[in-house]
Every structure is written in structure tokens, then in C-alpha cells.
Design a protein around this ligand. Structure first.
Ligand code: ZN
Length: 74
């Protein structure tokens, strides 16, 4: 499972930025040979956003659910 590196909350959401990527892809379609690279914005992975502390980050903390149970108890 993935956790926020700032507050260790599991309320994180993937931010895919489709509202940015789709217009970029459309613009690329209009340039010569743009259709060869219009898929590039979709390959770049999105950031994560924490719903608890409202911070965004690229690398979510990957934690095993057993470790997460231990963290909650301590
Ligand atoms: Zn957070």
C-alpha cells in the first residue's frame, strides 16, 4: 500500500493531470509528425496528492499492510 511521505496518511490520490495532457496531445496532433509523439504526455506518470495534508509528491511511500498496522498501534 502507498502512504503519504509527509504525514503517513493512506488518503492519497493519484493526480493524472488529464486536463493538461489531453490539450497537449491535441496540439501535438496539429504539428507535422506530431501524431508520433502525441502519446508521450500519457506515458509520463502523474503525481500523488494527499487528501489529509494537501501536499503533492511524486514518490509515494510504499509500505506493507502489516507494517502499516504496526505504525497505527505505535
Ligand atoms: Zn499527507
Amino acid at each position: 500500500m502507498k502512504l503519504c511521505p509527509h504525514c503517513r496518511s493512506d488518503l492519497i490520490e493519484r493526480n493524472n493531470f488529464y486536463w493538461v495532457k489531453i490539450p497537449i496531445a491535441i496540439i501535438l496532433l496539429f504539428i507535422p509528425f506530431g501524431f508520433f509523439i502525441c502519446w508521450v504526455p500519457f506515458v509520463i506518470s502523474g503525481d500523488y496528492e494527499c487528501k489529509n495534508c494537501r501536499r503533492s509528491f511524486t514518490n509515494a511511500k510504499e509500505v506493507d499492510w502489516r507494517e502499516f498496522e504496526k505504525m497505527k498501534q505505535s
